[in-house]
Structures are given as structure tokens and as C-alpha cells.
Design a protein around this ligand. Structure first.
Ligand SMILES: *Cc1c(COP(=O)(O)O)cnc(C)c1O
Length: 386
């Protein structure tokens, strides 16, 4: 028996939706993409949703739409997937990191405020800050937004883990406290399009730019053209964009998946509550849920209380893997990655991220994880901690 840490849930409806597109006139640039965009926009309460080929592309064009370029600084959290940082480098900007909160593992707002105060004095403030809703739990967005007003930075929420979650009773992705939010639809995430991503925003102008950049910088809208159309064939490239489009097969899968979004997240909560009770007496720090948040629960991360157990983090991890439980670690702090480390970040500047990395393990978490599988995971973990 092998139990992954995450996996997609594909229904017959999903298969039918994709098959229908395959039999239709358009495999890409057809009607399924705007239909999926509308479904996500409505779910989030966002004016605009722009579907792209993956969340990494969404982060890239979100940075460009906010004007990130050479000489600029982008800050993100130390504990995230590398894509949250790489988007800044794609734009020729520099990236820096902020330590994490000891309880939520999200960007630490006090550390952010202190770093901003220092940066204001040295004249090196970030243009954009990218908070990441780790495991699906929202960052303290009201506080980050207030800092943005004070120090003049823009905000991209990396909500790759968090679709279906809420912050202060409102859906993540309504951009009340940000300029743009980004979702990922990779198969391990909450809903999937195989590869796929989405950028949502309330801002008409940002949405226009995101759409342009997703498709080569080409417009067919006469209002945006430099001259009257030469004829019905005419279009203009007015910016340097990319081919970051999502296909109609992916969008149809996404729209079908989105119909189950709330059920998927609810099922993740059932599994998390069950872990909470099955693991309560073990020497572990279990996920803490902030009262402002309803998490998307992409991940269930435990932390080992190393002082209270006789084995190392690595030994516990390897023992679980040997049992066929494909635990994972989300994430290696990005400043530790060789490509990023060349800049010379000091790990000592991120004590909470360092501790997290020494203790964290992501347990299997996906809607179809059976009680039997979950019991097995908990029993094996109990044995390895004894
Ligand atoms: C998965 C993920 C991404 C990248 O998503 P893709 O759709 O695979 O490009 C970016 N940021 C975070 C936090 C992620 O977990």
C-alpha cells in the first residue's frame, strides 16, 4: 500500500466534461476558458479571473502587471514553493525573504513590519510583497494591507493552496486586501486542471494587462490599438507577452472540479479534525487554525517535538516513507536553494523558518484518503515516535 501526500479526485462528470471538449470545435481559445473564469470569479467575488497555464505563469504576469522590473525588490515568505520567489527574478527584479510566524507558518507580520522600517531607512523598500497562504490558511491580510498603505507596496496573494478557503468570513480571492490573487490547479492542489492557474483581481486595468500578457501582448480591441484597423484580420502586439494560455480541456475539467470545491474543502476539514484527535497525545505540534480563517487545508503539516522523541526528523520521515506513506516537506526555505543562496542570505535571519524546516512533515491529505489509510498513517507515526 502506497499513500501519497496529495492526489486529485476525478469524477465521471469531470471525464465527461473533458470528453465533450475533445468532440467540440475548440480545444483551445474556445468557450470553456471564459466559462471557467466566470465560475471562479463568482466563487471569489472578484470582478475578473484570468486563466493561465499554471500558477507560476500567473505569478509572473501578476508581477509584470504591477510594474515589477529591473532595480525593483519583491519580498515573499521564507517558507514557500520556489515559484513565489522566482516570479520576481523573471522580471529582472531582486527577491528577499521574511521569516515565518511560529504558529501559522505564514509570513510573520511583525518581522515584515520591522524589515520594512529598516528598508525605509535605507531606501530599499519592496515594490511588491507576495504573502503565501501556506497549507491553505490565509495570512493576516488586513495587517499586511495596512503595511502596504504605509510603505507603498502592492500585494499579490499566492493563494495556490487556498482556493475554497475564507478570511474573516469572505472567500480568499476577493482581493479585499490585495491587488491580485493567484491560484494553482496542479493535481495535488484543491481543484485541478492537470496544469493550470488563475489570477483574480478587482481592478479592470490590471485584468486587461494580465489578459494581454497571457497571449503574446496581442490585442484585438480597437480601443487599445495605436491606429485604426487595416481590416478584419487586424490585431496589434502592444506589449511583450507570452503564450501562457489554458486549454479548453483544462478549463472544462476545472469548471467541473469547481462544482465540488466546497465539498472537497469540507472533506479536508473532516480529515484534519480526525488527525487532530488521533494525534492529540503525541509529541507533535499540530496545525493551529487562526480564528479569522477557514483554511483550504491543502496540507496537514505536523512538527516533531524533537526534545521529546528518541529519533531524528530525518529518521521519522524515512521510516514513514519505508512504510509506503509518501510524506513530504513543504518547504525547504527558499533562501537555502543553491540558485537563490548565491545572493548570500543569512539563514540566521530566519530563525522560525530554520526551526520549521528541522521539524515539519506533511502527512497525507486529500479528499479520498480513507479512514483505514488515515488510521494506518497515525499508527505508524505513533510507533516511530515511541
Ligand atoms: C503549487 C504552487 C505554485 C506553483 O503552481 P504551478 O501551478 O505548479 O505553477 C506556486 N506557489 C505555491 C505556494 C505553490 O504551492
Amino acid at each position: 500500500m502506497v499513500i501519497p501526500y496529495g492526489r486529485q479526485h476525478i469524477s465521471q462528470d469531470d471525464i465527461d466534461a473533458v470528453t465533450e471538449v475533445l468532440r467540440s470545435d475548440y480545444l483551445t481559445q474556445g468557450p470553456a476558458v471564459p466559462a471557467f473564469e466566470q465560475a471562479i470569479a463568482e466563487h471569489c467575488g472578484a470582478r475578473h479571473a484570468v486563466a493561465v497555464c499554471n500558477a507560476t505563469a500567473a505569478l509572473h504576469i501578476a508581477c509584470l502587471a504591477l510594474g515589477v522590473g529591473p532595480g525593483d525588490l519583491v519580498w515573499t515568505t521564507a517558507v514557500t514553493f520556489v515559484a513565489s520567489a522566482n516570479c520576481a527574478l523573471y522580471c529582472g527584479a531582486e527577491v528577499d525573504f521574511v521569516d515565518i510566524d511560529a504558529r501559522t507558518y505564514n509570513i510573520d507580520v511583525d518581522a515584515l513590519a520591522a524589515k520594512l522600517e529598516q528598508a525605509a531607512q535605507s531606501g530599499r523598500l519592496p515594490k511588491v510583497v507576495i504573502p503565501v497562504h501556506l497549507c491553505g490558511q490565509s495570512c493576516d491580510m488586513a495587517a499586511i494591507h495596512a503595511l502596504g498603505q504605509r510603505y507603498g507596496f502592492r500585494i499579490i496573494e499566492d493563494a495556490s493552496h487556498a482556493i475554497g478557503g475564507k478570511y474573516r468570513g469572505e472567500p480568499i480571492g476577493n482581493c479585499r486586501y490585495s491587488d491580485i490573487a493567484v491560484f494553482s490547479f496542479h493535481p495535488v492542489k484543491i481543484i485541478t486542471t492537470a496544469e493550470g492557474g488563475m489570477a483574480v483581481t478587482q481592478d479592470d486595468e490590471l485584468a486587461r494587462t494580465l489578459r494581454l500578457l497571457r497571449s503574446h501582448g496581442i490585442t484585438r480591441d480597437e480601443q487599445d490599438m495605436s491606429q485604426p484597423a487595416d481590416g478584419p484580420w487586424y490585431y496589434e502586439q502592444i506589449d511583450l507577452g507570452f503564450n501562457y494560455r489554458m486549454t479548453d480541456m483544462q478549463a472544462a475539467l476545472g469548471a467541473s472540479q469547481a462544482r465540488n470545491l466546497e465539498a472537497f474543502v469540507a472533506q479536508r476539514h473532516v480529515i484534519a479534525r480526525r488527525y487532530d484527535s488521533l494525534l492529540a497525545d503525541l509529541p507533535l505540534q499540530l496545525p493551529w487554525q487562526h480564528p479569522d480563517c477557514y483554511s483550504g487545508l491543502h496540507l496537514y503539516v505536523i512538527r516533531l517535538k524533537l526534545d521529546a522523541i528518541g529519533r531524528s526528523h530525518r529518521e521519522v520521515f524515512e521510516a514513514l516513507r519505508a512504510d509506503g506513506i509518501l510524506v513530504n516537506l513543504h518547504y525547504i526555505p527558499v533562501y537555502r536553494q543553491p540558485y537563490h543562496a548565491r545572493v548570500g542570505y543569512a539563514p540566521a535571519a530566519f530563525p522560525q523558518a530554520e526551526r520549521y524546516y528541522a521539524e515539519a512533515i506533511s502527512l497525507p491529505m486529500f479528499p479520498q484518503l480513507s479512514q483505514q489509510e488515515q488510521d494506518f498513517v497515525c499508527a505508524r507515526l505513533r510507533t516511530h515516535l515511541a
